[in-house]
Write a protein that binds this ligand. Structure first.
Ligand SMILES: *[C@@H]1O[C@H](CO)[C@@H](O)[C@H](O)[C@H]1NC(C)=O
Ligand SMILES: *[C@@H]1O[C@H](CO)[C@@H](O)[C@H](O)[C@H]1NC(C)=O
Length: 453
């Protein structure tokens, strides 16, 4: 009995002793840590500016790396979230420097126009992927001021834009009032806001006196010769009033249906492509007074606006969309848009003779050539049964024929105001099994049929 009591006492003492020793040890450690922490804070404060600089640099590096991986592996969907993290990190940076003023100069000393790049942004911080490209490839800050127009008032996005400092200008759409729409139109409210934003930003930019403006949306990557493309083509818009836009986009720009050996090739098209496009102040003064409340892109394609005018488009796209978060066209993106090839070559457009694109030259050569080309059937083309070399023509006569053939060839098969994508006088030109192919209506074609939509 007695020895058990002693045993118990000894054990209790041992336990108590270890608790006390442990407590004392912890206290000294903690106070040591405290002073260490204070010292660290001091050095951190000294190091902070340097660290932040490095952080910005590494963010830029990370973005470039992401872009590279994106191109190499086509990883879609992961990049936006990484960009969001990057933007959140940049929120912790001290107040950024002021953005640039919109230049007052509208022509350079050598007489060339100053062509602002107007970037439309709202609440996607992934706009940085677009801006990185633009800043990287811009050949001249004076000739191509980048103006970011922001709607929606999203702070994180604004912060991301301001992180470019003097490299871009920022304008903010002031009217954030709610737009009243009919109940059945509620789901289209976003389109009303986009239209309001476009109207305001284009008015604001053109009011400064520029003759040309290039419009870019916040989900576009641009090609290395994006600026050179517009530099080379702006004179065509001045000269030829049957042209109303130059677009950097090929709706049928999938790698499988373009001639990758012909990055310099350009076309005229009756279809308004958008997605990175240039317009003139002359056109804007005509459109601005009747600008629609919503769906501006369908509106602009309507014959009442288009008036038979056409755009220039490239064989290989100079823009590529990296997809929109939270927009319901994810399926369309996966199935189609992500396969559009972004040109990687640098074509010196401003040094090329592009007069073949003027209406008279083009209609005299292009249109005439098409209708003397050998006529083959879609089946012969698809099964590679054509003995001759060189370009061929396939004929379509009805809407359904067009839809079926273009679908089987991997082309876009929809119409807007009766016009098939990329068509010129009904002719859709593309590349298939190493040859140029023109899907064309018969020679006595009478114009687009609005009911083919
Ligand atoms: C642009 O400004 C003009 C002239 O002030 C005005 O008539 C027009 O309605 C404006 N357009 C848009 C879309 O805001
Ligand atoms: C440019 O090309 C056109 C044909 O499209 C030709 O008539 C003209 O002479 C060329 N101009 C020059 C300067 O080579």
């Amino acid at each position: 009995m007695r020895s058990r009591k002693v045993q118990f006492l000894v054990i209790s003492l041992l336990i108590a002793w270890s608790f006390i020793t442990y407590y004392i040890l912890m206290r000294t450690n903690a106070s040591q840590l405290d002073t260490e922490h204070q010292q660290k804070q001091l050095t951190l404060q000294q190091l902070l500016p340097q660290t932040l600089k490095e952080q910005t640099k590494s963010q830029r590096l990370a973005r470039t790396l992401i872009e590279f991986l994106h191109m190499k592996y086509n990883v879609v969907g992961t990049t936006p979230s990484i960009s969001i993290v990057a933007a959140e990190l940049s929120n912790e940076l001290p107040e950024q420097q002021q953005p640039a003023q919109i230049p007052s100069q509208t022509y350079l000393a050598n007489g060339e126009p100053v062509i602002p790049i107007l970037v439309f942004a709202c609440n996607r911080v992934s706009v940085v992927k677009c801006l990185d490209n633009l800043v990287q490839y811009r050949p001249s800050v004076e000739q191509f001021p980048i103006i970011v127009s922001q709607d929606c008032g999203d702070e994180a996005t604004k912060h991301a834009i301001l992180s470019y400092g003097k490299q871009v200008s920022l304008i903010e759409q002031p009217d954030q009032s709610d737009i009243v729409v009919l109940p059945k139109e509620k789901k289209f409210k976003g389109y009303y806001k986009i239209s309001r934003h476009y109207g305001w930003a284009l008015n604001t930019t053109f009011q400064k006196g520029f003759e040309f403006v290039v419009i870019v949306e916040d989900d576009l990557n641009v090609a290395p010769d994006f600026f050179e493309y517009f530099l080379g083509t702006h004179k065509l818009l001045q000269q030829d009033h049957s042209l109303w836009c130059v677009s950097a986009w090929n709706d049928n720009g999938k790698a499988s249906v373009v001639d990758t050996g012909k990055p310099e090739l350009l076309y005229r098209t009756d279809f308004f492509p958008g997605l990175g496009w240039m317009l003139t102040s002359r056109l804007w003064s005509e459109l601005s007074v009747k600008w629609p409340k919503s769906f501006w892109d369908d509106w602009i394609r309507h014959p009442e606006q288009r008036k038979d005018r056409v755009c220039i488009r490239p064989e290989i796209s100079r823009t590529r969309t990296f997809g929109k978060i939270g927009v319901s066209n994810g399926l369309f993106f996966d199935k189609y848009l992500k396969h559009i090839k972004l040109s990687e070559d640098f074509v010196p457009f401003s040094k090329l003779n592009l007069s073949y694109l003027l209406k008279e030259n083009y209609d005299n050569t292009f249109l005439k050539q098409i209708y003397v080309l050998p006529l083959v059937t879609f089946d012969e083309l698809r099964r590679n049964l054509i003995a001759i070399e060189g370009p061929v023509r396939i004929q379509y006569n009805t809407r359904d024929q067009y839809k079926r053939i273009s679908h089987l060839l991997g082309l876009m098969n929809d119409f807007k105001s009766g016009v098939p994508r990329t068509a010129y006088h009904g002719i859709v030109s593309f590349y298939y099994n190493k040859r140029r192919v023109h899907l064309a209506p018969n020679a006595n074609w009478k114009g687009y049929d609005l009911s083919w939509s």
